[in-house]
Write a protein that binds this ligand. Structure first.
Ligand code: FNR
Length: 180
């Protein structure tokens, strides 16, 4: 089975991105198992002075979970036209350690706005490119008007969105199998 680490960029209890991430996981084939990373809010602010020897335990845990994963799924909101600080902070911890190198990765941004968090999406891709993540085929999905596409029960009610997410999952699975 393929192992995917799923990371939501939102710390909010009722996050639409976390709900969307879970709905996406629900669409996946049974060949994939997901681990939802829940440590984003517990990481210290990135500081190279702390990134020595073993580093902080929470950072070790993040790096270990990434190492164990065949691929990564990120689902993020946009704050202030950019990547949420908590998510960027996690990525900053991963620049030096290299777990993302050649790691098949898919990136979703979702927003109630008509732009879908496109600026956070683009910025996140730049960071992932810098750390040599492999962005998979169909692995870049921007979802505007998320509140109209995901209902209160966390079910995707929009057919086009569902198709986009299914294609993303296929891209992720294929890349993890080394077929692409
Ligand atoms: C936002 N939101 C937002 N949306 C967007 O598309 N671009 C942006 O720059 C911002 N900036 C922003 C700043 C602040 C302070 C807040 C509180 C919100 C709206 C944001 O997309 C919305 O709150 C989402 O619901 C957040 O995602 P989750 O938590 O639902 O996953």
């Amino acid at each position: 089975k393929i192992k995917i680490l799923a990371i939501s960029g939102s710390l909010r209890q009722k996050s639409s991105n976390t709900a969307l991430m879970k709905a996406t996981i629900g669409l996946a084939s049974e060949n994939i198992t997901f681990t939802v990373y829940d440590g984003l809010g517990n990481l210290p602010h990135f500081n190279p002075d702390l990134d020595v020897e073993e580093g902080p335990a929470s950072v070790r845990e993040l790096r270990e979970q990434l190492k164990q994963a065949d691929g990564v799924l990120i689902c993020t909101p946009e704050y202030g036209n950019g990547v949420p600080g908590a998510l960027k902070n996690a990525l900053d911890w991963l620049v030096s350690s290299g777990e993302f190198v050649n790691k098949p990765t898919a990136v979703i941004s979702a927003s109630p706005s008509p732009m879908g968090g496109n600026l956070a999406h683009a910025s996140l891709l730049l960071t992932l490119q810098m750390i040599n993540a492999e962005i998979v085929e169909n692995g870049k999905v921007i979802i505007p008007h998320i509140t109209l596409k995901l209902n209160q029960e966390g079910i995707i009610t929009n057919a086009e969105t569902r198709q986009e997410l299914e294609a993303l999952l296929q891209g992720l699975e294929q890349a993890c199998r080394g077929q692409v």
